[in-house]
Each structure stands twice: as C-alpha cells, then as structure tokens.
Design a binder for this molecule. Structure first.
Ligand code: SF4
Length: 290
C-alpha cells in the first residue's frame, strides 16, 4: 500500500511533474491547491485494474475508480464535477478545506480510541494447552497430533511460567485464552491453569477473563460445570450448514457439525446465551455454495 508522504509515484511541485521516491519539501504537501483543498495522510492501493482503495489514519476506507488517488494528490479533484467523491473525502478526513481540519478533535479522538490497546500493554495471553486434536480440518494451522499427551500437552512448568509472565503485564484486565489443537483434550491442564491463575490474580490484583477455544466435540457435563463455576467463555467454530462444516472440519465419524451444534445448545443452556460464540472460516466451498 502506498502512503502519501513517501512520494513513490508522480508528484507535482510548482506545476512541474517530478518522478522521485524522496520526501518533498513541506510546502509540497501543505499548500492548498487551486481547487482549494489540503491533503491529509492516507494510504492507497490498487485492488484491480478498475478499482483502488484509499484508507485514512483511523482505518476508514473508500473504494474508488483507479486513478483517483493520483487525481487527489495532484490536486486535480473538482469540487463541482466530483461533488459526491469530494464530500466523501472531506467527511472521511482524506482531504480538508482548511490547513487544520475543523473537526481534527474528532479524528484525534478516534485515533486515540483505535490505539488505546497500547495504553495498558498486552491484555490477551494465549496458552496453547495441547497440540492434540481428533479433527483433521483441511485448513488447520497447528501441527496437530493425536497421541502421547506427554509430548504434545503444555507442561505444568510452562503453564506456571506463562501465568507468571501474564501477571507481569501492566494491564489490570487480562484475558487467558486456551487454544489447541483441541484444548479440551487437555482439560486437566486447563483446570490446573485456571485455578493457579485465579490464585495468582489475587496477589497481583488482576481481573482475568477466561476463554476456551474448542471444537466442542469433547464437551461433557463435568467440563460445563467447571466452565459455569469459573465464568469461562467458550469460543467455537461453525463453518456453515452440515455439508460445508463437515467437509471442512473432518473427523472419523463425519459428525463435527452435529457435535458443534449440540455443544452450542448445551453451552447456552448451562452457561447462558452470551457465553458462547462461533467463528466462521470461509473456504472455497462456502463461496462456491453461495
Ligand atoms: S479442530 Fe482446530 S486444531 Fe483440530 S484440526 Fe480442526 S482446526 Fe486443527
């Protein structure tokens, strides 16, 4: 993605076209054009031969015809003939009619909010509690293994170290998320980790949100009761109807979808509606089936 400021493409200075990759003088960027607007920082990238995307400092974007970024940068945008685009660019903080945009405080508040995760350092701590899994999803990114829990589960000493590290985070609110493989295959390790983390959190005055990421196949009443007692959130996967889900998320009995749906119902019943969420992984099959 290109960024205004690093003038990689053609730039205009005093009506002369210069091809350069160097930064231009300050006035090259700040002088209002004859069209009466100033440039604000934004990035641009060509999506295909016909379309390009402009993205501002707070992540708002516009998809526009190819050549629009160049037209804006070269101050060739016409307020009358391109009034809709012009209005979108003004309201989206891509350009401004004043050197300092009148609504700069709105932009700066949004920027602060977007970057607020930096205030308190890391909040999310992921514990890959086991690499074992009884699924063989074709898009799996982990090196799943089905046997030998001693070799593929997180060691207690590593869990302790992870908790110690999490407690050092300056953030008073942390999330401890258990992932896998299939995290519930190492349920005893989760029990150990939750109990240990809760004990430590009292010493360090931290609030912990617990999340288990699971395909729900190993779910049982004992696990549900533990999640209920410890206020644990469940995050699962649901790739669509049975024929898509089971094609993506394979297991020997070809019943991943049925187990996921029944698991979601049980979690809602025992933990509450808002305590379980499901994410979709989009694959070629989901797109072709639409
Ligand atoms: S359930 Fe998760 S860990 Fe298991 S194979 Fe599928 S994507 Fe991989």
């Amino acid at each position: 993605m290109e960024r205004i400021g690093l003038a990689k493409t053609t730039t205009i200075k005093n009506s002369r076209i210069k091809k350069t990759r160097k930064f231009q003088e300050f006035d090259s960027y700040s002088l209002a054009s004859p069209q009466g607007y100033f440039l604000l920082p934004f990035r641009f990238h060509r999506l295909n031969p016909n379309r390009e995307i402009l993205v501002n400092e707070v992540g708002d974007f516009l998809i526009v015809p190819t050549g629009t970024a160049e037209c804006i940068i070269e101050h060739k945008l016409n307020k009358i003939d391109q009034k809709e685009l012009y209005a979108d660019l003004i309201s989206g903080f891509f350009i401004s009619e004043e050197r300092i945009p009148p609504l700069l405080s709105v932009l700066s508040t949004r920027y602060r909010t977007k970057k607020s995760f930096l205030d308190n350092f890391t909040a999310l701590h992921i514990f890959v509690i086991s690499l074992r899994c009884e699924h063989t999803c074709h898009y799996c990114q982990v090196s799943r293994a089905t046997q030998d829990k001693n070799a593929f589960d997180m060691k207690r000493s590593h869990i302790d170290k992870g908790i110690e590290f999490m407690m050092k985070s300056p953030n008073p609110n942390v999330t401890m998320e258990f992932q896998g493989g299939e995290a519930l295959l190492a349920f005893e390790s989760i029990v150990y980790a939750v109990e240990k983390a809760k004990m430590e959190s009292e010493k360090f005055n931290k609030r912990i949100t617990f999340v288990i990421c699971t395909n729900l196949a190993p779910l049982n009443n004992q696990i549900l009761s533990f999640c209920k007692e410890n206020d644990i959130l469940i995050s699962t996967s649901l790739d669509g109807p049975a024929f898509i889900h089971n094609a993506n998320r394979r297991r020997p009995e070809n019943n991943s979808y049925e187990l996921a749906i029944s698991g979601i119902h049980k979690c809602r019943e025992v933990l509450g509606d808002g305590r379980v969420s499901a994410l979709l992984t989009t694959t070629n099959l989901s797109i072709e089936s639409n």
